[in-house]
Design a protein around this ligand. Structure first.
Ligand code: GLV
Ligand code: MN
Ligand code: MN
Length: 397
């Protein structure tokens, strides 16, 4: 097949126009927002123009089917609340271009997917969770975002959802191209990363309940301040985690909601997210035990209640060796000596698909290692080289 770099880049820029933030090449396109749904409809029209059969499943995952058993290529097109133009979008448009070019050349059948809610507005990789059967649709429907909205009410905005289902046995394998979102390729000047494995993740919402009171009249020793409890909890977690982690282990308190969030009120309630990632499942489990233990200790020490919701997560997973070999060969053919094998510290839909289909991932460099931020970017030459490598591997597979 002959891929068309201009058409690929033009589509990528058009996708960016849905939710373009005005800051650099930033994008605000959270799952099921009006602009995200509009972008999905545009993507569906591009798939149709490419001669693919368009199908939305009940959750809103969008497929462009080649009509026979085929390789599936894609990623996601929703964004973080403040996201970049490439995270996910790159893999979807790469899939579109490869499917289109292969059809034009009478090449092998290739299908495309854009999974819904990869960025976890509601869960963790929600679209591919439900598609691969890891989570029942009814359970996904009960998930809520940070505003308390349920996924069920959000997805009902998409009238397209709920068509004929797309089963995993329609496909021979899955390829996902993505920006690295970290500094490794940028610092090494390698232009391609072939992913060996994807680290595992655990994510939990925690609520600390203290006593809301007057910030002028309540003596310090009588306070049950939910924010102070969170600060103590965080310090204790850092201390305890440091005893068992490796330099590659990461953990984050990324969302905090202080109630009532006012200068003159002792906070009565704090809700926050706690997330940790590691390549070793046993370490993820050990960290969970530390979290549970620390919550109990802090509740006692600070006179507050600490409630954990169920811990969600995905286990570490290896990429398929045959798919990796095809990506490595294509990398060596097109970027000799300028590629490397590497693990993925970010989570991807490929982690969900790997247990059900032979799966591989390809990375291109992220300038400055920046992602999940408006200034995420990659040189267009690197985007095109990645596309060429992916197309070659797809043909070989
Ligand atoms: C996916 O966006 C992740 O958080 O790794
Ligand atoms: Mn992504
Ligand atoms: Mn992301």
């Amino acid at each position: 097949m002959t891929i068309n770099p201009q058409r690929f880049l033009a589509d990528l820029h058009t996708l960016r126009s849905f939710g373009a933030s005005g800051v650099g090449k930033g994008v605000v396109r959270p799952a099921y927002s009006a602009v995200e749904i509009a972008s999905r409809r545009w993507l569906a029209s591009r798939m149709q123009e490419a001669g693919l059969e368009v199908r939305f499943d009940a959750l809103g995952n969008l497929f462009g089917l080649a009509g026979e058993k085929s390789l599936l290529v894609g990623s996601h097109s929703d964004s973080q609340p403040e996201g970049g133009w490439l995270d996910g979008a790159l893999g979807v448009i790469a899939g579109l271009e490869i499917a289109r070019a292969s059809k034009e050349a009478g090449g092998p059948p290739i299908s495309v997917v854009s999974f819904q809610d990869e960025e976890g507005r509601f869960g963790v990789l929600t679209g591919s969770d439900v598609w691969t059967g890891r989570m029942a649709l009814a359970d996904a429907d009960r998930l809520t975002d940070t505003e308390g909205q349920t996924l069920r009410s959000a997805r009902q905005r998409m009238k397209e959802g709920g068509g004929k289902s797309v089963t995993t046995d329609l496909f021979t394998g899955f390829l996902e191209m993505h920006i690295e979102q970290g500094p490794v390729l940028d610092e090494s000047s390698d232009r391609i990363g072939v992913v060996t494995n994807i680290v595992g993740i655990r994510n939990v919402k925690v609520t600390v309940k203290g006593r809301q009171n007057h910030a002028g009249t309540t003596p310090m020793h009588l306070r049950r301040d939910a924010f102070q409890a969170l600060v103590a909890l965080n310090a204790r977690l850092n201390e305890e985690f440091s005893k068992i982690v490796t330099p590659a282990t990461v953990w984050t308190v990324g969302h905090v909601d202080v109630h009532p969030n006012a200068s003159s009120v002792v906070p009565g309630r704090v809700s926050f997210s706690l997330q940790w990632r590691d390549a070793d499942k046993a370490r993820l489990q050990a960290m969970e035990e530390i979290v549970r233990q620390t919550c109990t200790e802090i509740a006692q020490a600070c006179g507050v209640a600490v409630e954990m919701e169920p811990v969600m997560g995905i286990d570490p997973v290896a990429m398929d060796v045959r798919v990796q070999a095809a990506l490595e060969q294509a990398s060596e053919d097109l970027a000799p000596g300028q590629w490397r094998q590497m693990p993925s510290g970010a989570l991807h839909d490929a982690a969900n698909v790997a247990p059900v289909l032979p799966t591989g991932m390809l990375f291109v460099p992220s300038i400055g290692g920046i992602s999940h931020a408006f200034d995420e970017d990659t040189d267009e030459e690197d985007l095109v080289l990645g596309l060429e490598v992916l197309a070659r591997a797809a043909e070989a597979l």
